[in-house]
Design a protein around this ligand. Structure first.
Ligand SMILES: *Cc1c(COP(=O)(O)O)cnc(C)c1O
Length: 370
């Protein structure tokens, strides 16, 4: 049990995180490595806290999007290998200084990084080759393989640690044929590169939904993000994964309105009958989009659903508590294990990923153990 919230608080349940990690492991063969994706501050939680906990229980690899995120983990004394998914040339210096491992996705970038590590007099610096198999976001295509082989044959200052690709629609059963085609392409391209290199880097292509829906393509490692935080992008996994994050706040002030009075900016909320409202210290600057205003979301107070009234303000929302027995200072649940972030994300026509990663840094993070 955690004490009741006294301000807007994001609880990070480390037991739930461990559970999800073990559940993902249970879907894999014993020797398949797990790379935990902790980009965007650990999907909005706390990247350092999450990475430290996962390192403790034997997680093999971490991935971040940008170099600055990897540097933050290194500065917190995290020693596990860290893949930087989207390094930019301007950050090569920091990447090498902190022993981060870049994803290389173009011939130019490969040459530039090799030049850079030559100047730094590095031998066998680990790099990861990103292969584009249909997401068309970042990555080499099949016709570039020969050139990759030639460039790499002329240097010993880098060594390919892994070959990887990313699935475009692994959560969508209607895209099974496309996804299987991506996996097949990944297989073929990586075999070809292996032959050119004369050694076998780690191979990985599955994200969370890939692990759950295509475990046969796990190769040597999988990259798990959202699953570790408790969501499997499919109701089938709701009983297996436990949401790690709970967002709670408190009632700042209660108002009693008469018929005809209005609530909030632009007077968008209307008292059509006598109305009791609660003002809560959380707004769009905290990551609750304005699109959730005017009844498009509800919070829970004393186990009762309370719809939002009027517009979301920058720092506050007002909710209808007409039929709720509560007082100022009482706890309010925005989302938790029962009223999930995934459900709230649906209310904003979005996905758990966007809601979680949008939670602002001014929200207090606390660690809990369920
Ligand atoms: C974010 C990301 C992941 C993690 O995806 P989930 O669906 O959260 O598991 C894996 N691989 C790459 C390349 C990513 O960008």
């Amino acid at each position: 049990m955690t004490p009741k919230a006294t301000e807007t608080t994001l609880e990070i349940d480390l037991n739930a995180l461990r559970h999800n990690y073990q559940f993902i492991k249970s879907k894999l063969q014993a020797n398949t490595k797990v790379l935990a994706v902790v980009k965007a501050n650990g999907y909005g939680s706390d990247g350092v806290v999450v990475a430290k906990e996962l390192a403790k229980i034997g997680c093999d690899y971490f991935a971040v999007a940008y170099a600055s995120e990897g540097i933050q983990l290194r500065e917190a004394s995290i020693k596990t290998p860290i893949l930087v998914l989207h390094p930019l040339p301007v950050n090569f210096e920091g990447i090498i200084a902190q022993n981060l491992e870049p994803s290389i996705y173009s011939l130019k970038m490969l040459r530039d990084f090799i030049d850079f590590s030559e100047r730094k007099k590095r031998k066998g610096y680990p790099i990861h080759l990103k292969l584009n198999t249909g997401l068309n976001r970042l990555g080499f295509i099949a016709s570039e393989i020969a050139a990759i082989g030639k460039i790499l044959s002329e240097t010993d200052c880098v060594k390919v640690r892994s070959l990887f690709s990313h699935l475009a629609a692994s959560e969508d059963p209607n895209e099974r044929i496309f996804t299987e085609g991506q996996i097949e392409q990944f297989h073929d391209i990586s075999e070809e590169i292996n032959t050119l290199l004369g050694y076998q880097p780690i191979r990985h292509t599955l994200n969370t939904s890939g692990i759950l829906n295509y475990p046969e393509a796990q190769y040597d490692m999988v990259r798990c993000g959202i699953g570790l935080y408790g969501f499997g992008n499919d109701a089938r996994f709701n009983n297996d994964l436990i949401p790690v994050l709970s967002l709670k706040t408190v009632i700042s002030q209660i108002h009693h309105l008469k018929i005809g009075e209005t609530v909030g900016y632009n007077r968008m909320g209307h008292a059509k009958a006598p109305l009791k409202t609660a003002t809560l210290p959380i707004g769009h600057a905290d990551g609750l989009p304005r699109a959730l205003g005017q009844g498009n979301m509800s919070v829970n107070i004393s186990e009762k659903s309370c719809p939002i009234i009027g517009n979301v303000c920058m720092d506050m929302i007002m909710v209808d508590i007409t039929d709720v027995d509560c007082k100022e200072g009482d706890e309010v649940i925005i989302f938790d294990k029962k009223h999930t972030a995934e459900e709230l994300a649906e209310q904003m026509n979005s996905i758990s990923y966007e809601l979680l990663t949008g939670l602002s840094s001014r929200i207090t993070r606390v660690i809990s153990y369920s």
